[in-house]
Design a protein around this ligand. Structure first.
Ligand code: GLN
Ligand code: ZN
Length: 763
């Protein structure tokens, strides 16, 4: 018999019940008991959704983040979040996640740092370690949920983050080596495993995704040490790896003294044969055969062709699961009543993926005949996908076929272009601009809602947007900014806006996935060849430019960001899809140029997010991603100025790629890192213009002009003043006008102050 299990289930709820309960609790309008009731109800429903599996996961549910849960279980919440009188409680837990504002009772508490969970869009709270860290076990949450699942009649498999990956994800706050904490940590892990055994746990899933990353000798040794020490514990351990291939860690993983190993057989399928050869004959092999990170239905027939001989060899030792936790996909496709039924048959969300898993297990155990109806329906659906005009458009493929490397190159080198652009734009030194969006007022959101619901007609809605654009232009002129924007009032989201206007994208109603805490995103589904049927931004640009004699920036989202923030088709390489996006954006860029835009900004906020987990795979990604940007951006005349924007501050390791984009101006996040990254730009002698963000738009604090001027002076010590632009860190859509106005006024004043200096030198 094949054993089926899942590594984790989405916890937010199919109607985002957890999000709403959390936010109501944080506002003080829900009691802790009520929050816990919602959580328990979600767990109950999610276990029911998974009850056809042999094992359901327990402990994957979290009120905020599973890594933070592990920190709480290990007694490793930062001391600053604990109330002095009590141990860790719910509020301490949320303080670790979200901090506490200065204005609050007891004063400010800094939240734990948040960072991306491997190469996904999920963010976890980084555990903190220092020399004094002592772990103590708080097993109550896990034990209680284990009992809960058992009382509801489930075969429960506790899920914990493994000790080595826990340390690997942590940060040392005093510079002491993280692995120093391993012995103490293992003692507590040992106690936890014993308590779970005591409570009746048979198998325990121990997540060690760090095994798919490049590990040095110390970390590899840590794996051996950890599992040799935990070997004596009673429960059987299933070590899970996911998000990639094991490569040089394959032997290490096989030889860990545990009862079973899970491999992501979607991304590491070529390793399965070798793994079976290496794996000692008493161990269970769990294969993650259903993609836990995309929304596509699995092609079951070829998968069975591949699995049947493996099953013949492994028999009871074979377990089947999704490749990773289903945290990264929406809950239930059945809710999507408005989605094109043709598309629906090609898709699978969490519930549907687990149904596929059960079908596979039945076919293996009882023969394919048992599921012949389902198999042929699956075959028909997927062959219709391959042949569908929705997925393949000859005109798009022909256009891609005509792409040559020259299309990605500007006509003249930067130095030459810069002179032509300076003559055309006639900007002062330290030119001021913003990143694109201005406050999305409740009024504008309300108009968009009314338009979507049919209560406001198109001309009424467009009138409202034009009013908002006029207001933005007026405000910017009054502030004295040099390069203006139209304000992006018409955009709810920088990807959704373009996706809705391009062929090849679909939008779900309930396809939410957790980004962090209560925050969810609803990525569009990029299912087919991408084509731009009509211009997307030209009318708004024209209108804004008609109101002012100052240059208005055309504002677009770049191809790599459109790709990285969508669920992308799995029937062709991502690079190919990205080039299709690039061609569509290129057409828009050229239309903007024809409409008179002297400056066009192409945002690539998510470029870095697409970096593969292993550094050795970076060059390949960066090659095609940067080529796609160049294809989108560089089809303009020399005197058209291309800007790009990225909202992060880690550039050191990708600077070559950034330089290869050849954007005339790049604006970046910088205020929080205080110019540190400018050194990196200086070191490589970055040739083009740069706008280091001068204030943090995430904070409601209004910066003082003197503080901005200071930051600019420091920037000017690192880079030539004539290369510097003055702008905020990112777009202003989440801020209020009352914050934006004085902040931008301070920014303009600071730029004016520095200009005087430049002019004094020139005289
Ligand atoms: N132009 C976008 C804005 O200003 C950029 C957003 C982003 O970088 N995340 O809102
Ligand atoms: Zn940004």
């Amino acid at each position: 018999m094949v054993t089926t299990h899942s590594l984790g289930y989405p916890r937010i709820g199919k109607h985002r019940e957890l999000k709403f309960a959390l936010e109501t609790y944080w506002k003080g309008n829900l009691s802790a008991d009520e929050l816990e009731r919602t959580a328990a109800d979600l767990r109950r429903r999610h276990w029911l959704d998974q009850s056809h599996l042999d094992w359901v996961p327990v402990g994957d549910f979290s009120l905020y983040d599973q890594v933070l849960d592990m920190s709480a279980t290990l007694g490793n919440l930062p001391a600053r979040v604990l109330s002095s009188d009590r141990g860790p409680d719910l509020d301490a837990y949320f303080r670790a996640a979200r901090g506490r504002s200065q204005a609050c009772c007891g004063g400010g508490v800094t939240a734990g740092e948040m960072t991306k969970w491997f190469d996904t869009n999920y963010h976890y709270i980084v555990p903190e370690l220092d020399q004094t860290t002592r772990f103590t076990l708080n097993p109550e949450r896990l034990l209680a949920q284990f009992q809960e699942a058992r009382q509801q009649g489930h075969n429960a498999k506790p899920v914990i983050l493994g000790p080595v990956t826990y340390l690997w994800l942590a940060k040392s706050t005093d510079g002491s080596p993280k692995l120093d904490a391993l012995p103490g940590l293992l003692t507590v892990y040992g106690q936890l495993l014993e308590q779970l055994a005591e409570a009746g746990a048979d198998w325990i899933q121990v997540d060690e995704p760090a095994l798919v990353t490049e590990l040095d000798a110390d970390w590899r040794h840590a794996f051996e040490l950890a599992y040799h020490q935990l070997k004596g514990c009673r429960p059987k351990l299933l070590v899970t790896t996911y998000f990639g291939q094991l490569r040089e860690n394959l032997q290490l993983a096989c030889e860990l003294p545990v009862a079973g190993l899970h491999l992501d057989a979607v991304s590491a399928r070529p390793e399965v044969e070798r793994l079976i050869d290496w794996l000692p004959a008493h161990k269970v092999l769990s294969l993650g055969v259903i993609n836990g990170r995309n929304v596509w239905a699995t092609d079951l027939t070829p998968l069975l062709d591949w699995l049947e001989p493996l099953y013949a060899r492994l028999r009871d030792r074979l377990w089947l699961a999704p490749s990773c936790s289903l945290l990264h996909v929406p809950v239930d496709l059945e809710l999507e009543a408005a989605l094109d039924p043709t598309l629906v048959q090609w898709l699978a969300f969490a519930r549907q993926k687990l149904a596929e898993l059960s079908l596979l297990a039945t076919a293996l155990t009882d023969g394919r005949e048992r599921i012949s109806g389902a198999l042929s329906a699956n075959r028909d659906a997927l062959s219709s996908r391959r042949a569908s005009p929705l997925t393949r458009r000859d005109d798009v493929r022909a256009a891609l076929g005509r792409v040559t490397p020259q299309l990605g190159s500007r006509q003249a080198p930067y130095a030459e272009r810069a002179l032509l652009q300076a003559r055309r734009l006639n900007l002062p030194p330290y030119p001021t601009t913003t990143i694109g969006s201005f406050p999305q007022t409740p009024d504008i959101r309300q108009a968009r809602r009314a338009f979507r619901q049919g209560e406001l007609d198109e001309s009424g809605y467009h009138h409202r947007i034009r009013q908002e654009i006029a207001r933005c232009v007026e405000e910017q002129e009054a502030l004295g900014l040099d390069v203006l924007v139209h304000g992006e009032a018409e955009r709810n989201d920088m990807v959704e806006y373009f996706g809705e206007r391009l062929d090849g994208f679909a939008f779900t109603q309930f396809g939410w996935v957790q980004s962090y805490g209560s925050r969810c995103v609803k990525p569009p589904i990029l299912y087919g060849d991408v084509r731009r049927p009509n211009p997307m931004t030209i009318d708004w640009f024209r209108y804004a430019q008609s109101l002012t004699s100052r240059p208005v920036k055309g504002m677009l989202t770049g191809p790599v960001t459109l790709l990285n923030w969508s669920f992308v088709r799995d029937d062709q390489p991502r690079s190919e899809t990205c080039w299709q996006l690039a061609l569509a954006v290129r057409e828009e860029v050229q239309d903007l140029e024809r409409a008179g835009a002297a400056v066009i900004q192409i945002d690539e906020a998510a470029l870095r997010e697409g970096l593969p987990l292993r550094r050795s795979d970076w060059p390949e990604y960066l090659d095609w991603a940067i080529d796609a940007f160049r294809l989108a951006a560089n089809g303009v005349d020399n005197q058209t100025q291309i800007h790009t924007h990225m909202c992060y501050s880690e550039f050191n390791d990708i600077l070559d790629a950034i330089a290869r984009m050849d954007a005339d101006v790049i604006t970046i996040e910088n205020a929080r890192s205080h110019n540190a990254l400018l050194d990196a730009f200086r070191e490589v002698d970055y040739p083009n213009d740069l706008g280091p963000g001068v204030y943090d738009i995430h904070s409601p604090n209004v910066p003082a002009a003197a503080q901005i001027a200071d930051l600019l002076r420091q920037a000017a010590q690192r880079l030539p003043a004539q290369k510097l632009w003055v702008n905020p860190d990112c777009g202003l859509k989440t801020r209020r006008w009352e914050e934006v106005r004085p902040a931008l006024a301070a920014m303009v004043a600071a730029a004016a102050e520095l200009r005087e200096g430049v002019e004094a030198v020139a005289q």
